[in-house]
Design a protein around this ligand. Structure first.
Ligand SMILES: *[C@@H]1O[C@H](CO)[C@@H](O)[C@H](O)[C@H]1NC(C)=O
Length: 288
Protein backbone atom coordinates (compact mmCIF):
# COMPACT_ATOMS: atom_id res chain seq x y z
CA UNK A 1 0.00 0.00 0.00
CA UNK A 2 2.80 2.29 0.97
CA UNK A 3 4.59 1.50 -2.26
CA UNK A 4 1.43 2.18 -4.23
CA UNK A 5 0.99 5.46 -2.44
CA UNK A 6 4.57 6.53 -3.11
CA UNK A 7 4.15 5.51 -6.70
CA UNK A 8 1.02 7.62 -6.92
CA UNK A 9 2.86 10.54 -5.34
CA UNK A 10 5.74 10.10 -7.70
CA UNK A 11 3.46 10.09 -10.73
CA UNK A 12 1.57 13.12 -9.46
CA UNK A 13 4.82 14.86 -8.68
CA UNK A 14 6.22 14.14 -12.13
CA UNK A 15 3.05 15.39 -13.79
CA UNK A 16 3.09 18.57 -11.73
CA UNK A 17 6.80 19.07 -12.22
CA UNK A 18 6.43 18.59 -15.95
CA UNK A 19 3.64 21.08 -16.34
CA UNK A 20 5.34 23.56 -14.01
CA UNK A 21 8.64 23.39 -15.89
CA UNK A 22 6.96 22.68 -19.18
CA UNK A 23 6.97 24.59 -22.39
CA UNK A 24 4.92 27.77 -22.69
CA UNK A 25 2.67 26.51 -25.46
CA UNK A 26 0.71 23.28 -25.20
CA UNK A 27 -1.23 21.41 -27.83
CA UNK A 28 -4.43 19.42 -27.85
CA UNK A 29 -5.19 17.26 -30.85
CA UNK A 30 -8.21 15.32 -32.05
CA UNK A 31 -8.77 13.50 -35.32
CA UNK A 32 -11.99 12.30 -36.92
CA UNK A 33 -12.92 10.50 -40.06
CA UNK A 34 -15.66 11.97 -42.17
CA UNK A 35 -16.96 10.27 -45.30
CA UNK A 36 -13.99 10.80 -47.53
CA UNK A 37 -11.38 12.58 -45.41
CA UNK A 38 -9.65 12.47 -42.07
CA UNK A 39 -9.60 15.83 -40.32
CA UNK A 40 -7.49 16.75 -37.31
CA UNK A 41 -8.07 19.69 -35.02
CA UNK A 42 -5.14 21.34 -33.30
CA UNK A 43 -5.60 23.63 -30.35
CA UNK A 44 -2.59 25.62 -29.15
CA UNK A 45 -2.77 27.14 -25.69
CA UNK A 46 -0.50 29.74 -24.19
CA UNK A 47 0.24 28.28 -20.74
CA UNK A 48 2.69 31.02 -19.82
CA UNK A 49 1.67 33.98 -17.73
CA UNK A 50 2.62 36.46 -20.41
CA UNK A 51 1.36 37.15 -23.93
CA UNK A 52 3.23 35.38 -26.70
CA UNK A 53 3.51 35.62 -30.44
CA UNK A 54 3.22 32.16 -31.98
CA UNK A 55 4.72 31.61 -35.42
CA UNK A 56 2.05 30.26 -37.78
CA UNK A 57 4.60 29.09 -40.32
CA UNK A 58 5.26 25.37 -40.12
CA UNK A 59 2.10 24.76 -38.09
CA UNK A 60 -1.49 23.88 -39.06
CA UNK A 61 -2.35 27.55 -38.45
CA UNK A 62 -1.23 28.24 -42.02
CA UNK A 63 -2.81 25.04 -43.39
CA UNK A 64 -1.20 21.73 -44.22
CA UNK A 65 1.66 23.08 -46.34
CA UNK A 66 4.56 21.72 -44.28
CA UNK A 67 5.31 18.54 -42.43
CA UNK A 68 4.44 19.11 -38.78
CA UNK A 69 2.94 15.68 -38.06
CA UNK A 70 4.01 12.13 -38.63
CA UNK A 71 1.31 9.65 -39.47
CA UNK A 72 2.01 5.97 -38.98
CA UNK A 73 0.06 2.76 -39.18
CA UNK A 74 1.20 -0.32 -37.27
CA UNK A 75 4.44 1.45 -36.45
CA UNK A 76 5.36 2.31 -40.05
CA UNK A 77 5.37 5.98 -40.98
CA UNK A 78 3.46 7.04 -44.08
CA UNK A 79 5.24 9.26 -46.52
CA UNK A 80 4.37 12.96 -46.52
CA UNK A 81 2.94 13.89 -49.93
CA UNK A 82 2.14 17.51 -49.21
CA UNK A 83 3.96 20.62 -50.38
CA UNK A 84 7.52 21.55 -49.41
CA UNK A 85 8.01 25.27 -49.20
CA UNK A 86 11.35 27.03 -48.81
CA UNK A 87 11.16 30.49 -47.41
CA UNK A 88 13.16 33.42 -46.18
CA UNK A 89 13.29 34.00 -42.42
CA UNK A 90 9.85 34.76 -40.95
CA UNK A 91 8.47 38.26 -40.64
CA UNK A 92 6.23 39.78 -37.97
CA UNK A 93 3.02 39.28 -39.89
CA UNK A 94 3.49 35.51 -39.71
CA UNK A 95 2.96 35.50 -35.95
CA UNK A 96 -0.35 35.38 -34.14
CA UNK A 97 -0.75 37.03 -30.74
CA UNK A 98 -1.76 34.47 -28.13
CA UNK A 99 -2.65 36.14 -24.85
CA UNK A 100 -1.76 34.41 -21.58
CA UNK A 101 -4.16 31.52 -21.07
CA UNK A 102 -5.74 31.90 -24.50
CA UNK A 103 -6.05 29.23 -27.16
CA UNK A 104 -6.26 29.17 -30.91
CA UNK A 105 -7.47 26.21 -32.90
CA UNK A 106 -7.66 25.08 -36.47
CA UNK A 107 -8.57 22.00 -38.47
CA UNK A 108 -6.77 20.48 -41.44
CA UNK A 109 -7.50 17.42 -43.54
CA UNK A 110 -4.53 15.13 -43.13
CA UNK A 111 -5.70 13.11 -46.12
CA UNK A 112 -4.59 16.12 -48.21
CA UNK A 113 -0.96 15.24 -47.51
CA UNK A 114 -0.91 11.60 -46.41
CA UNK A 115 -2.10 8.75 -48.53
CA UNK A 116 -4.20 6.61 -46.20
CA UNK A 117 -5.31 3.41 -47.88
CA UNK A 118 -4.76 0.66 -45.32
CA UNK A 119 -7.27 -0.05 -42.58
CA UNK A 120 -5.73 -0.12 -39.13
CA UNK A 121 -4.75 1.73 -36.02
CA UNK A 122 -3.12 5.03 -36.93
CA UNK A 123 -0.93 7.25 -34.82
CA UNK A 124 -0.81 10.93 -35.59
CA UNK A 125 2.02 12.64 -33.77
CA UNK A 126 2.94 16.30 -33.71
CA UNK A 127 6.56 16.28 -34.75
CA UNK A 128 7.78 19.83 -34.92
CA UNK A 129 8.76 22.33 -32.25
CA UNK A 130 6.59 25.43 -32.03
CA UNK A 131 8.31 28.75 -32.47
CA UNK A 132 7.35 31.83 -30.54
CA UNK A 133 8.52 35.14 -29.13
CA UNK A 134 7.38 37.12 -26.14
CA UNK A 135 6.01 40.58 -26.84
CA UNK A 136 9.29 42.13 -25.61
CA UNK A 137 11.40 39.81 -27.75
CA UNK A 138 9.50 40.66 -30.93
CA UNK A 139 11.92 43.50 -31.70
CA UNK A 140 14.73 40.92 -31.78
CA UNK A 141 13.11 39.06 -34.67
CA UNK A 142 15.23 40.92 -37.21
CA UNK A 143 18.33 39.57 -35.43
CA UNK A 144 17.07 36.05 -35.99
CA UNK A 145 15.94 35.42 -32.43
CA UNK A 146 13.16 32.86 -32.15
CA UNK A 147 12.28 30.64 -29.21
CA UNK A 148 11.22 27.03 -29.51
CA UNK A 149 8.70 25.10 -27.52
CA UNK A 150 8.46 21.35 -27.80
CA UNK A 151 5.05 19.75 -27.86
CA UNK A 152 4.64 16.04 -27.36
CA UNK A 153 1.18 15.17 -28.46
CA UNK A 154 -0.06 12.18 -30.35
CA UNK A 155 -3.39 10.51 -30.87
CA UNK A 156 -4.47 7.08 -32.04
CA UNK A 157 -7.38 6.52 -34.34
CA UNK A 158 -8.68 3.31 -35.87
CA UNK A 159 -9.51 3.86 -39.53
CA UNK A 160 -11.52 1.53 -41.71
CA UNK A 161 -12.96 1.78 -45.21
CA UNK A 162 -9.83 3.74 -46.05
CA UNK A 163 -10.15 2.87 -49.75
CA UNK A 164 -12.80 5.56 -50.13
CA UNK A 165 -10.65 8.27 -48.56
CA UNK A 166 -9.45 11.10 -50.78
CA UNK A 167 -5.80 10.90 -51.74
CA UNK A 168 -3.26 13.74 -51.80
CA UNK A 169 -3.38 15.59 -55.06
CA UNK A 170 0.00 15.97 -56.75
CA UNK A 171 0.94 19.14 -58.58
CA UNK A 172 -1.12 19.37 -61.75
CA UNK A 173 -0.97 21.26 -64.98
CA UNK A 174 -3.90 23.37 -63.89
CA UNK A 175 -1.86 24.70 -60.96
CA UNK A 176 0.42 26.56 -63.32
CA UNK A 177 -0.16 30.26 -63.08
CA UNK A 178 -0.40 32.22 -66.28
CA UNK A 179 2.17 34.77 -65.26
CA UNK A 180 5.29 35.97 -66.99
CA UNK A 181 7.92 38.51 -66.05
CA UNK A 182 10.02 40.27 -68.66
CA UNK A 183 13.13 41.72 -67.14
CA UNK A 184 14.11 44.83 -69.05
CA UNK A 185 16.86 46.32 -66.91
CA UNK A 186 17.97 46.56 -63.30
CA UNK A 187 15.09 48.90 -62.60
CA UNK A 188 12.29 47.87 -64.90
CA UNK A 189 10.29 44.83 -65.83
CA UNK A 190 7.00 44.22 -67.53
CA UNK A 191 4.43 41.71 -66.44
CA UNK A 192 1.78 39.61 -68.07
CA UNK A 193 -0.88 38.60 -65.57
CA UNK A 194 -0.52 39.00 -61.82
CA UNK A 195 -1.99 41.65 -59.56
CA UNK A 196 -0.58 45.16 -59.28
CA UNK A 197 0.61 44.46 -55.72
CA UNK A 198 2.34 41.23 -56.72
CA UNK A 199 4.03 42.85 -59.67
CA UNK A 200 5.25 45.72 -57.54
CA UNK A 201 6.62 43.25 -54.98
CA UNK A 202 8.44 41.32 -57.70
CA UNK A 203 9.88 44.49 -59.19
CA UNK A 204 11.01 45.72 -55.76
CA UNK A 205 12.72 42.41 -55.06
CA UNK A 206 14.31 42.54 -58.48
CA UNK A 207 15.69 46.04 -57.89
CA UNK A 208 17.10 45.03 -54.51
CA UNK A 209 18.78 41.94 -55.88
CA UNK A 210 20.13 43.78 -58.86
CA UNK A 211 21.67 46.53 -56.78
CA UNK A 212 22.99 44.07 -54.22
CA UNK A 213 24.68 41.56 -56.46
CA UNK A 214 27.67 43.77 -57.22
CA UNK A 215 28.39 44.13 -53.52
CA UNK A 216 29.04 40.43 -53.05
CA UNK A 217 32.71 39.73 -52.49
CA UNK A 218 33.75 36.48 -54.11
CA UNK A 219 37.11 35.58 -52.63
CA UNK A 220 38.76 33.37 -50.07
CA UNK A 221 36.58 34.30 -47.09
CA UNK A 222 34.51 32.36 -44.57
CA UNK A 223 31.21 33.05 -46.33
CA UNK A 224 32.58 31.77 -49.59
CA UNK A 225 33.81 28.58 -47.94
CA UNK A 226 30.49 28.08 -46.16
CA UNK A 227 28.46 28.33 -49.37
CA UNK A 228 30.77 26.96 -52.04
CA UNK A 229 33.30 24.80 -50.20
CA UNK A 230 37.09 25.00 -50.20
CA UNK A 231 38.50 27.89 -52.15
CA UNK A 232 40.35 26.82 -55.29
CA UNK A 233 40.96 28.97 -58.31
CA UNK A 234 39.06 26.56 -60.59
CA UNK A 235 36.04 26.75 -58.33
CA UNK A 236 36.37 30.49 -57.97
CA UNK A 237 36.19 30.83 -61.75
CA UNK A 238 33.04 28.70 -61.79
CA UNK A 239 31.39 30.69 -59.01
CA UNK A 240 32.27 33.99 -60.69
CA UNK A 241 30.93 32.69 -63.97
CA UNK A 242 27.61 31.70 -62.39
CA UNK A 243 27.44 35.06 -60.65
CA UNK A 244 28.04 36.86 -63.89
CA UNK A 245 25.21 34.92 -65.49
CA UNK A 246 22.91 35.73 -62.60
CA UNK A 247 23.97 39.37 -62.79
CA UNK A 248 23.40 39.56 -66.52
CA UNK A 249 20.11 37.76 -66.13
CA UNK A 250 19.01 40.11 -63.39
CA UNK A 251 20.00 43.17 -65.35
CA UNK A 252 18.17 41.89 -68.40
CA UNK A 253 21.38 41.71 -70.50
CA UNK A 254 21.21 37.98 -70.93
CA UNK A 255 19.64 36.89 -74.17
CA UNK A 256 16.58 35.18 -72.84
CA UNK A 257 14.57 33.39 -75.47
CA UNK A 258 10.97 34.42 -75.09
CA UNK A 259 9.86 35.07 -71.59
CA UNK A 260 11.33 34.24 -68.24
CA UNK A 261 8.97 32.10 -66.27
CA UNK A 262 8.20 33.07 -62.75
CA UNK A 263 9.53 29.75 -61.58
CA UNK A 264 12.90 30.40 -63.21
CA UNK A 265 13.07 33.87 -61.71
CA UNK A 266 12.18 32.47 -58.36
CA UNK A 267 14.96 29.90 -58.46
CA UNK A 268 17.50 32.58 -59.34
CA UNK A 269 16.11 34.94 -56.72
CA UNK A 270 16.09 32.28 -54.10
CA UNK A 271 19.64 31.01 -54.54
CA UNK A 272 21.05 34.47 -54.87
CA UNK A 273 18.92 35.81 -52.05
CA UNK A 274 20.17 33.26 -49.55
CA UNK A 275 23.76 34.15 -50.23
CA UNK A 276 23.07 37.84 -50.49
CA UNK A 277 20.97 38.08 -47.36
CA UNK A 278 23.72 36.43 -45.42
CA UNK A 279 26.42 38.51 -47.08
CA UNK A 280 24.70 41.86 -46.71
CA UNK A 281 22.48 41.58 -43.71
CA UNK A 282 23.89 39.03 -41.34
CA UNK A 283 27.61 39.75 -41.61
CA UNK A 284 28.01 43.23 -43.04
CA UNK A 285 31.59 43.54 -41.79
CA UNK A 286 32.94 40.64 -43.83
CA UNK A 287 32.22 42.49 -47.02
CA UNK A 288 34.86 45.13 -47.64
C1 LIG B 1 42.23 30.38 -48.32
O1 LIG B 1 42.29 30.80 -46.98
C2 LIG B 1 42.71 29.81 -46.08
C3 LIG B 1 42.57 30.34 -44.67
O2 LIG B 1 42.90 31.69 -44.60
C4 LIG B 1 44.12 29.36 -46.44
O3 LIG B 1 44.57 28.36 -45.55
C5 LIG B 1 44.17 28.86 -47.86
O4 LIG B 1 45.50 28.55 -48.26
C6 LIG B 1 43.59 29.91 -48.81
N1 LIG B 1 43.48 29.31 -50.14
C7 LIG B 1 43.90 29.92 -51.26
C8 LIG B 1 43.77 29.13 -52.52
O5 LIG B 1 44.37 31.04 -51.28
Amino acid sequence: MKTLLSLFCLVTYLTCALSANGWPVSLDMACNKALSAVACTFEFTNDANENLYLLKRGTPLEGLISRFITVSVAGSPIEYDGPFVHRLPPTKDEFVLLKAGESISTTVQITDAFSIDTDGLYTVQYSRPLQYLSVDEMSELSNGLIMESTVQESIHIYLEDTRVLLKPRGPEETDKVDYTVNIESCSSASFVGGTAANNKGTLDAHKKLCSGIDKVNIGNNTLYVKWFGAFTSARETKVKDVYKKIRDGLAGCMAIPGKVSLRFMFVIFFIHFLFLVEALVLTPRSLD
